[in-house]
Design a protein around this ligand. Structure first.
Ligand code: SAM
Length: 255
C-alpha cells in the first residue's frame, strides 16, 4: 500500500481548538516530522506542540526532528518583491530536500503538524506536494482552526461588514492594502509593530490578539490612535511570559 503523508492543522495553540478529525489523524500516523528552528534555548513553540500532543495522542509520540533550513532574511536579499520571492522559493526547496531525506530514512505514514490551518499563510502543502512525488506517497490535508477564526471569536466580531470583502495580507503588504483602499484588512506575519506604527491612525479601528489560545494570550481593541500603546505593552508582556509572540489583527475603516 502506498504510504501516506498527512498534514494536520492543529489550530492556533489551544489544545481545545484541535478538531476530532485532526485527533484521529494524529493517532493514525506512525511518526511525526517536526521542524524546529535553530535558536539559542531551542524552539519556543516546541513546548506548545508537545503539550498538544500530550493531550490528544494515545501513547508517546514518535518525533523525527528536522532542523529548519536557513532562510535569507537580510534586508539586502529581501528588500525587493523579487528578492523576497527568491528567498522563500530557495527556502522551500531546501525544506523539501530535508523532508524527502527524512521520509526516505523512516518507513510508515508520516504526520506533519501545522499551526492553525494549513491553507492560510503556510507553505507546507506546497512543499510536501513536491516531496510526495519523489518519495512515492499520497498527501492528505486535515484543516485546522486558523488564527483569524480565533481572533474573530475572541473579540466576538465578524471581520467584515455585511456583504463586504475581507482582505487578508501580511504586515509587509499592509501599506499596499491601505493604498488600494481596502476597508477590512486582516494582517498576519508581522515581524514587529513597525508596519502598524506607520499607519496614519485617524479613521481606523483595530482588533488585535497575540498568542491566541495560549496562557500568555493578550487582546486589545479600539480606535487605532488610542490602542497602539496598549498593544505595544501587551505584545511585550506576551513575549516575556511565553518566550515567543505571534500576533494577528484586523484593521477596519471607521464608517
Ligand atoms: C506562518 S503564519 C501561519 C498561519 C496559520 N496557518 C493560521 O491558520 O493561523 C504565522 C502567523 O499566523 C498568526 N498566528 C498564528 N498563530 C497565532 C496565535 N496563536 N495568535 C496570534 N496569531 C497567530 C501570526 O500572524 C503569525 O505570524
Amino acid at each position: 500500500m502506498t504510504r501516506r503523508v498527512v498534514l494536520i492543522g492543529i489550530g492556533p495553540g489551544d489544545p481545545g481548538q484541535v478538531t476530532i478529525e485532526a485527533i484521529r489523524a494524529m493517532n493514525d500516523v506512525d511518526f511525526f516530522v517536526v521542524t524546529e528552528k535553530r535558536r539559542p534555548g531551542g524552539d519556543p513553540l516546541a513546548a506548545a506542540r508537545a503539550a498538544l500532543l500530550a493531550r490528544h495522542l494515545i501513547g508517546d509520540p514518535k518525533l523525527v526532528v528536522v532542523e529548519d533550513a536557513e532562510r535569507d532574511r537580510t534586508v539586502a536579499g529581501t528588500a525587493t518583491a523579487a528578492g523576497y520571492e527568491r528567498a522563500v522559493t530557495d527556502w522551500h526547496a531546501a525544506r523539501a530536500a530535508r523532508y524527502a531525506a527524512v521520509l526516505a530514512e523512516h518507513d510508515g505514514d508520516a504526520g506533519f503538524l501545522v499551526w492553525g490551518d494549513p491553507a492560510l499563510y503556510d507553505s507546507t502543502i506546497r512543499v510536501l506536494a513536491r516531496v510526495v512525488d519523489v518519495v512515492d506517497a499520497t498527501l492528505a490535508v486535515v484543516p485546522g482552526v486558523s488564527s483569524l477564526s480565533a481572533l474573530a471569536a475572541r473579540h466576538r466580531i465578524v471581520p467584515h461588514g455585511i456583504g463586504e470583502p475581507l482582505h487578508i495580507t501580511t504586515g509587509r503588504r499592509l501599506p499596499a492594502a491601505i493604498a488600494e483602499g481596502q476597508s477590512n484588512i486582516a494582517v498576519l506575519l508581522s515581524r514587529s509593530l513597525d508596519e502598524l506604527r506607520a499607519v496614519e491612525p485617524a479613521g481606523w479601528l483595530i482588533w488585535w490578539g497575540a498568542n491566541l489560545g495560549a496562557p500568555s494570550e493578550r487582546l486589545a481593541a479600539g480606535p487605532l490612535a488610542d490602542t497602539l500603546r496598549v498593544i505595544e505593552t501587551a505584545r511585550t508582556a506576551a513575549k516575556q511570559e511565553a518566550g515567543w509572540v505571534l500576533d494577528i489583527y484586523l484593521l477596519r475603516r471607521e464608517r
